[in-house]
Structures are given as structure tokens and as C-alpha cells.
Design a protein around this ligand. Structure first.
Ligand code: ATP
Ligand code: MN
Length: 461
């Protein structure tokens, strides 16, 4: 007999024999009847198994404890209890794997998120993490669907790279050199000619530079892959390894870029509302009572569009004493972003035209010579969820900026070539996948929306 998943069983009409396999959530009962709540990960909902206690071996029933894995054959019958329409009247139970109640860590309900991070290998078996990881999957699928339906090409950009896209120098080195005996040049610097790639390489912080090459040939592309930042920021919004979605579009001006970003996020949130109802209802009840209303409100409001300069004025006039003082030219901190979004406008904000000094070299310079066509999308509870820009398409201006910043031209010759041959206006942005998931799930810490988080001093599992 073939196994049926719980999600399907719960939608079936009663009648007929079924086989179900899963992990025991709870067992209760008496000498007449035993009830087992079984979950197989296909849905947050459990199927109830009903056993006539006397007709099962006592030692077998004893092995059925929280966390044990069992296979059950029986009849799918209408349920008399509330909460489910069907249940399984068990005829045959096989214990596939026991879970000694003295040492299985997921006994009681209500473990702290911190404790669950220490048992990241088991936490997917909790309701909360099951819901989060199913939603994570649904969002990944929806991202591909959104772009595929629009005719974007999914471009795989490299993970090992020799250029620092953001210029922040927060990269993890990739090397096969013997760290105990590093080959040196005469001047004492490391001789990377001897390294695997014959040059210094790192894990990518962004696929954008290569994404631009794709857009200059295929028109509309997107990347969706892991990115790595060796930034020592222990915040609830930063990971050392996170996933990023980066669309890059030829012939898009900054306004088109903003339109796409807004449409994209609304599409994803609507997709979750339509397709992840059970999981969202659970998270709404258990984690964040305003989750669903916040999701609905984002889908139904127009994002505010505002220049950096106007944003600074609002912050200066607010009378609020921020931890980091506000003046034109500062890089906005999360407290500033959240003030604009949560207190002032009470809706998502797209900030544009930032001072060039606080943004990356590739952003298009405005006519004022001071600001660039950057756009950050700011969200309630999260702060920055998207960072993007129109790119500098002028060879002259791009070369000038690279010189001003004293960047290593030799590493970027191929990037600059796109401006030399058939350059065109183009734009793109990066959406941090886990920041999106924080918003969609209502979870408070970014470590709890990725199965195995990588953060400073933490890379177990
Ligand atoms: P922040 O100021 O929050 O550190 P950033 O300006 O460094 O963000 P970008 O370089 O513009 O971010 O990257 C694009 C997007 O990637 C961000 O909008 C955010 O959603 C996400 N992101 C950036 N850094 C991280 C990180 N360390 N962990 C998780 N997501 C991140
Ligand atoms: Mn950052």
C-alpha cells in the first residue's frame, strides 16, 4: 500500500484503507482508547489516529512517544471529535524509530527560540518552524513564478568571485593555500599566483555585477542565490550567509525599477495570503497577532516615494532623540528607517536619491552631482528590505567614480566593457530573501527564518 500524505488525507472523504507515516506529536488516552496526533510535515495540521487500546501490544504502545516515527494502516473514518473531519481507526502500527522520552529534547510545548536554535537539527519538527520553512518554500517558488511569467531569465551568477561588488570589504576569502605556510612575494605580501585560481578570490556579496552583464544581452534577468558577508553585525536582521534575489533590467529608469519592486513584494505577500493560509493563521495566533492584517495592508497600500533629502527633513523635524543623530549625508540607521515607516507614514517607503558618498560606485549620478539614483525600500518592523538603483551607464562617469574611489580597475575591466560596447540605461535591485521572510512570517529574528543560520561565531549544523 502506498503512503498518503496527511495534507491529502485531511481533504478526503471518509472511507477506505489508508497508510500514513509521520512523527508523533502527542499521545493520550486510557485503557479503552488511545489517541495519537501524527504530523508528517506536509501541513501544520495533524491527523488523529484512534486505537482500540486493548487490541495493541502494550510494549508497542509504550514506544509511541512524542517524537517517535510510526507507520499506521487503518480506515479513514469520519471524526466524532471537534477540530478535524476525518481520523484514522488504526488496525496496524509499526514503530519505525523510537524517541526516548528521557532524552528527546522537544518534549514540552513552548520552548524559547534561543533554545530551539541550539537544536536546529530538530526544530523543523515544531509547528512554528514547520510553518516557517513551508512558507520559505512557497516564497521561493513564487519568486521564480513571478519572474518567469514576466519573461525574465534566471541567470546563475558565480559564488566564487574576485571582485567586491559593494566595495565594503566584508568578504570571506576562498583559498587552497596552506595557512600554516603562506607563499609570500618579495615585499612580504601573499603570493596569490600560487593560489587555486592564481588570484585572490572570495565568496560573493552580490551577483549584481555579473547580473548587469546578463541584462545587457538578455534584457531582463534575475539571480536568486546565496550571498556571503563577513560583517560582524550581531543584529536580528543580518546573517553572514543569506539568499538574495537580484533582478536587473535593460532600459529601466529608476521609476520603472521602483514600480517593479513594489509590484514584486505585493505579489509575494498576496501569494502567501492565498497559498499559505494554515501556516499564516498559526503564526498569527502564536507569534504575532497583527501578522495577517499587516500583510493585507501592504498589499492594499501604495508605497510612499520620497527623496533622501525629504526623509532627512522629516527626521530632523520629528523632535525625536535618535541614538545616531540625523544630518544630511548620514547613512540611515534602522531606527531612522523605522521611524519613517512605522511612526510617520505608517506604510512602506521607497527612499531615493541618496548622497553618492554613502552608496556604491555603480549608481547613476544625478545632475546635481551630489546624489545618486539609489532606492531603498523600507518596511515596517524590518527597515531596509530592498536596496537598488539605476546604474551609471556612461563610461566616462563610471570611470571617473572608480578613479575617485581609488578602486582596482584591473579587476573590473569586464564590467566597464558593458559601458564601452552598446551601453544602455538599466536598473536593478536586491531583495534579501530572509528579510522578506521576517516580514511574511512575523518572526522576530532572522536566525529563525533560515534552516541553518550562519552568524559570527556560529556555524554548527
Ligand atoms: P543593511 O544596511 O541593512 O546592512 P545593505 O545596505 O548592506 O543593508 P544591500 O547591500 O543593499 O544591503 O543588499 C541588498 C539587500 O540584501 C538588503 O536590502 C537586505 O534585504 C539584504 N541584506 C543585506 N545584508 C544582509 C545580511 N547581512 N543578512 C541578510 N540580508 C541582508
Ligand atoms: Mn549591510
Amino acid at each position: 500500500m502506498k503512503r498518503t500524505k496527511v495534507i491529502k488525507l485531511l481533504q478526503q472523504e471518509p472511507g477506505g484503507d489508508v497508510l500514513v507515516k509521520g512523527w508523533v506529536r502527542t499521545k493520550r488516552g486510557n485503557k479503552n482508547v488511545t489517541f495519537i496526533a501524527l504530523n508528517d510535515g506536509s501541513t501544520i495540521n495533524n491527523i488523529q489516529i484512534v486505537c482500540d487500546t486493548a487490541s495493541f501490544d502494550e510494549t508497542l504502545l509504550k514506544q509511541i512517544t512524542t517524537g517517535a516515527c510510526i507507520a499506521v494502516k487503518g480506515e479513514l473514518v469520519a471524526s466524532l471529535g471537534s477540530g478535524q473531519s476525518v481520523e484514522i481507526q488504526a488496525r496496524d502500527i509499526e514503530v519505525l524509530g523510537t524517541a526516548d522520552p528521557d532524552i528527546y529534547p522537544l518534549q514540552k510545548k513552548g520552548h524559547s527560540m534561543e533554545f530551539l536554535r541550539e537544536i536546529a537539527h530538530l526544530r523543523p519538527r515544531t509547528n512554528t518552524f514547520g510553518a516557517v520553512f513551508r512558507i520559505r518554500h512557497a516564497m521561493a517558488f513564487a519568486i521564480h513564478k513571478f519572474f518567469n511569467d514576466k519573461g525574465f531569465v534566471y541567470l546563475h551568477t558565480p559564488i566564487i568571485t574576485s571582485s567586491d561588488c559593494e566595495g565594503a570589504g566584508e568578504m570571506f576569502h576562498v583559498t587552497t593555500l596552506n595557512l600554516e605556510n603562506v607563499p609570500k612575494n618579495e615585499d612580504g605580501t601573499v603570493n596569490f599566483n600560487e593560489d587555486f585560481f592564481g588570484r585572490q578570490t572570495s565568496l560573493t556579496v552580490s551577483g549584481q555585477l555579473e547580473g548587469e552583464l546578463g541584462a545587457m544581452a538578455l534584457g531582463d534577468i534575475y539571480t536568486f542565490g546565496p550571498t556571503f558577508r563577513a560583517e560582524n553585525s550581531n543584529t536580528p536582521r543580518h546573517l553572514a550567509e543569506f539568499w538574495m534575489i537580484e533582478p536587473e533590467m535593460a532600459f529601466y529608469e529608476i521609476e520603472d525599477n521602483m514600480d517593479l519592486a513594489e509590484e514584486f513584494i505585493k505579489y509575494l505577500v498576496q501569494y502567501a495570503l492565498d497559498n499559505c493560509k494554515d501556516d499564516l493563521n498559526f503564526l498569527n495566533n502564536m507569534i504575532d497577532k497583527e501578522l495577517i492584517s499587516r500583510l493585507e495592508s501592504v498589499v492594499n497600500t501604495e508605497f510612499v516615494r520620497l527623496s533622501y533629502t525629504e526623509g532627512i527633513e522629516i527626521l530632523e523635524k520629528s523632535g525625536v532623540k535618535f541614538e545616531f543623530p540625523v544630518s544630511w549625508g548620514i547613512d540611515l540607521q534602522s531606527e531612522h528607517e523605522r521611524y519613517l515607516v512605522e511612526k510617520h507614514f505608517k506604510k512602506p517607503v521607497i527612499l531615493t536619491n541618496y548622497p553618492k558618498e554613502i552608496k556604491a560606485f555603480y549608481m547613476k549620478l544625478n545632475d546635481d552631482g551630489k546624489t545618486v539614483r539609489a532606492m531603498d525600500v523600507l518596511f515596517p518592523k524590518i527597515g531596509e528590505i530592498i536596496g537598488g538603483s539605476q546604474r551609471e551607464e556612461s563610461l566616462e562617469k563610471l570611470e571617473q567614480r572608480i578613479a575617485e574611489l581609488d578602486m582596482d580597475y584591473s579587476n573590473l575591466w569586464w564590467y566597464i566593457d558593458t559601458r564601452r560596447f552598446g551601453t544602455a540605461p538599466h536598473s536593478g535591485f536586491g531583495l534579501g530573501f530572509e528579510r522578506l521572510l521576517l516580514f511574511v512570517t512575523g518572526m522576530a529574528n532572522i536566525r529563525d527564518v533560515i534552516p541553518f543560520p550562519r552568524t559570527p561565531k556560529s556555524a554548527e549544523f
